[in-house]
Design a binder for this molecule. Structure first.
Ligand code: NAD
Length: 487
C-alpha cells in the first residue's frame, strides 16, 4: 500500500485539501507511504457520516452488533500475515513480534468486546422508602465518539478503543498516529467486508495538531478516548474540560521493577530483560527503572548486563532479531539525549548506549540503538524522572523495602510496577503502597482484558478494559418505576 487514505462513510478517499504526509520505513530509511493529511474539513465529513450511522448502529440489538464485531475479529485473523508485515514496515519492530503480539491482540480486542456485550450484567434495586419502586440502570450509547492512538502498538491500541466504543453502540471517528497509519487503513477494508454499516467507523489520518485536534474540537464528538504522551493528554483533557465531555486518558509511564532479596532470578531475570526491551522499550508498560536489593545488586547486574549484551538488534524481518528499529531517527536522538543526561549526572553506561555496528546493507540506514543499561544515575536526574520510551533502563540499589517503594513512587508517573519476590505477603503489602494502576508480581504484561487498565498521577485519568471501557462509552440512565403500594 503506497497511499493511505481516509475511510469515511464506508468509502476510501484522500484529504479534501489533497495534501499528503510522507513517511519512511524506520528500519531501512526508504520512502514508504503517502498518507492523507486530514484537517477540520475531513473530520467534519467523518463526524457527519458517524452521526447519520448512529440511527442504524446505535439501535441495532447487541446480538447483531456482536456478530459484525466477531466478523471483524475473524477478518483481522485472516489477514494476519499481511497486517504483521505492514506493522513491521511502519514501526521497525520485529516481524515475529507483530505476528505474535500486535495482530493477535487486535483480533482479541474485537472478540472480547463482541462477546462481553452478550453477557453484561445490569444493576437493579428494590426500593422500599419513601414508596415502593424498582430502580434499574439503562445504558445507552453516547453517540459520536473520538478515538486517538499512538504509534508504538498501532493496531493493538487502535482496536483497544474502537472495539468497546462500537460494541457499546457508538459511532466512531478515529485517528491513528501519522507515523503508523497503514494497519488502521486495512481495518477499514475489514470493517467493510464484515458488514459494519457505513459511517459506524470512520478513520481520519493526519497530524495531531490538525486532524487530532479537530476531532477533540468538534461540537458533535461527545467523548474522547486518547492514548499517547502526557503533554498531549493534558492538552486534550483541558479542551474536553472546556467542552464538558468525558475524556479517557492513557499516558506515559516510568515503571519500576523491584527485585527483592529473595527474588528467584531464574524467573525474574529473563522477564525483566523482556519487560525492559520488548518492542525496543517502546511500550508504556516497559520497566525503565530497576530497583535491586543491595544484597543481590552485584549478582543481578552482572547477569542482567550479560543477558542484555546477548540481545540481537537488527533487521526486523530476521527471525533472530530481538530488537528492531526505533520509530524514527528523531526519536533515537531523543533517547540518546536522555542517556547523555544520565551520564552527565554521574551515571555509567554498563551496556549499549550506541548505534549497532555491522548491520546488513538493507538496514544499514535504520534507526537502531543497542539496548542500554545505566548504573549510578542519581534519582533526581531527568534520565530517571522522565519517560524515555526507548531501550534504556537505569539500575539502582536499595536497602529497605520502604526505600524501594519510595523510589518507585518518586516520579510524576504511576502507570505500572512489578515486584519480584518469593514472599507473597510482602508482595501484597508492597502492592498496596505502590502508586500505580497495575502491579505485577513475579510476572510482567500478563494481561487479562477484563481487569481495569490505566494509570495514576501523570499517567492518565480513567480506566480501560472490560466493563470499565463499556461504561466509559455509555451513558447510564436511572429508571425508577413506582410499583404503587406504600411501604
Ligand atoms: P503523542 O501524544 O505524540 O501522539 C498520540 C496521538 O495523539 C497521535 O495520533 C497524535 O497524532 C495525536 N495528537 C497529537 N497532538 C494532538 C492534539 N493536540 N490533539 C489531538 N490529538 C493529538 O504520543 P506518541 O508519541 O504517538 O506515543 C508515545 C506516548 O504514548 C508515550 O508517552 C507512551 O507512554 C504513551 N503510551 C501510553 C499508553 C498507555 O496505555 N498508558 C500506551 C501506549 C503509549
Amino acid at each position: 500500500m503506497r497511499e493511505v487514505d481516509h475511510f469515511i462513510g464506508g468509502a476510501f478517499c484522500g484529504a479534501a485539501s489533497g495534501a499528503r504526509i510522507s513517511r519512511e520505513n524506520p528500519a531501512t530509511g526508504e520512502p514508504l507511504r503517502a498518507i492523507a493529511r486530514g484537517d477540520a474539513a475531513d473530520v467534519a465529513r467523518a463526524v457527519d457520516a458517524a452521526r447519520r450511522a448512529c440511527a442504524i448502529w446505535g439501535r441495532m440489538p447487541a446480538a447483531d452488533r456482536s456478530r459484525v464485531l466477531l466478523a471483524m475479529a475473524a477478518g483481522i485473523e485472516a489477514r494476519l500475515d499481511e497486517l504483521a508485515r505492514l506493522e513491521c514496515e511502519d514501526t521497525g519492530k520485529p516481524l515475529s513480534l507483530a505476528r505474535s503480539l500486535d495482530i493477535p491482540r487486535a483480533a482479541a480486542n474485537f472478540r472480547f468486546f463482541a462477546t462481553a456485550i452478550l453477557h453484561e450484567a445490569g444493576e437493579s434495586f428494590s426500593t422500599e422508602r419513601p414508596a415502593r419502586a424498582i430502580n434499574f440502570t439503562l445504558r445507552r450509547p453516547l453517540g459520536v465518539v473520538g478515538c486517538i492512538s499512538p504509534w508504538n502498538l498501532p493496531l493493538y491500541l487502535f482496536t483497544w478503543k474502537i472495539a468497546p466504543a462500537l460494541a457499546a453502540g457508538n459511532c466512531v471517528v478515529a485517528k491513528p498516529s501519522e507515523l503508523t497509519p497503514t494497519t488502521a487503513a486495512v481495518l477499514g477494508e475489514i470493517a467493510q467486508a464484515a458488514g459494519l454499516p457505513a459511517g459506524a467507523l470512520n478513520i481520519v489520518h493526519g497530524l495531531g495538531g490538525e486532524a487530532g485536534q479537530a476531532i477533540v474540537d468538534h461540537a458533535e464528538v461527545c467523548a474522547v478516548s486518547f492514548t499517547g504522551g502526557t503533554t498531549t493528554g493534558r492538552r486534550i483533557a483541558a479542551r474536553c474540560g472546556e467542552r464538558l465531555i468525558p475524556a479517557s486518558l492513557e499516558l506515559g509511564g516510568k515503571n519500576a521493577a523491584i527485585v527483592c532479596e529473595d527474588a528467584d532470578l531464574s524467573i525474574a531475570l529473563p522477564e525483566i530483560v523482556r519487560s525492559s526491551f520488548l518492542n525496543q522499550g517502546e511500550i508504556c508498560l516497559c520497566s525503565s527503572r530497576i530497583l535491586v536489593h543491595r544484597s543481590r545488586m552485584k549478582e543481578f547486574t552482572e547477569r542482567f548486563v550479560a543477558a542484555v549484551n546477548a540481545l540481537t538488534v537488527g533487521d526486523p524481518l530476521s527471525a533472530e532479531t530481538d530488537l528492531g528499529a526505533l520509530i524514527s531517527k528523531d526519536h533515537r536522538e531523543k533517547v540518546l539525549a536522555a542517556v547523555e543526561r544520565g551520564v552527565r549526572d554521574g551515571g555509567v553506561v554498563a551496556a549499549g548506549g550506541e548505534v549497532p555496528r555491522g548491520l546488513p546493507a538493507r538496514v544499514a540506514n535504520g534507526a537502531f540503538l543497542r539496548p542500554t543499561v545505566l548504573l549510578g544515575v542519581p534519582q533526581d536526574s531527568t534520565c530517571v524522572q522522565e519517560e524515555t520510551f526507548g531501550p534504556v533502563v537505569t539500575v539502582h540499589g536499595f536497602d529497605r523495602h520502604r526505600d524501594a517503594v519510595a523510589m518507585a513512587n518518586g516520579t510524576r508517573y504511576g502507570l505500572s510496577a512489578s515486584v519480584w519476590t518469593r514472599d507473597l505477603s510482602r508482595a501484597h503489602r508492597m502492592a498496596g503502597a505502590l502508586d500505580a494502576g497495575t502491579v505485577w508480581v513475579n510476572c510482567w504484561m500478563l494481561r487479562d482484558l477484563r481487569v481495569p487498565f490505566g494509570g495514576t498521577k501523570d499517567s492518565g485519568i480513567g480506566r480501560e478494559g472490560g466493563v470499565h471501557a463499556l461504561h466509559f462509552f455509555s451513558e447510564p440512565t436511572n429508571v425508577c418505576i413506582a410499583t404503587g403500594d406504600q411501604s
